[in-house]
Design a protein around this ligand. Structure first.
Ligand SMILES: [Zn+2]
Length: 126
């Protein structure tokens, strides 16, 4: 049984068209073949600057009022899975960063924005 899923509505996302981090807006969730919208659904976000949309899977998005949600900031490890909108701590950079995007490909990569270190691509799900 799948439970309904409500992802974050106004994340900061890296827009590949604007090449910068912009406020984004959740447009809609797309369910597969009449199924209810859940964590496996695709969600469309539009850039507040250029209005182009990007799609993300629910499993890559932070949930509003998620049960697993804690106030603890996780320390980055390439073995773990991170969510867009999540704040993580990176030991090497010694600062917190915000997950602002995902790169699709064989290896999952996350885009993380650090105040001092800038935008970094980090590996996840090893
Ligand atoms: Zn844009």
């Amino acid at each position: 049984m799948t439970s309904p899923f409500t992802p974050i509505e106004n994340p900061s996302l890296f827009c590949r068209f604007c090449s910068k981090i912009v406020p984004a807006q959740l447009d809609r969730g797309i369910a597969e073949n009449g199924k209810t919208i859940d964590k496996k659904s695709t969600f469309e976000y539009s850039c507040s600057k250029c209005f182009k949309t990007s799609c993300y899977c629910g499993k890559d998005l932070l949930e509003i009022n998620g049960e697993d949600e804690t106030d603890e900031t996780r320390t980055y490890s390439p073995r773990e899975h991170y969510f867009i909108g999540e704040e993580i701590f990176h030991k090497t950079f010694d600062e917190n960063g915000l997950v602002v995007g995902k790169e699709n490909g064989s290896n999952g990569k996350i885009l993380v924005h650090f105040e001092k270190a800038g935008l970094k691509k980090l590996i996840q799900d090893i």
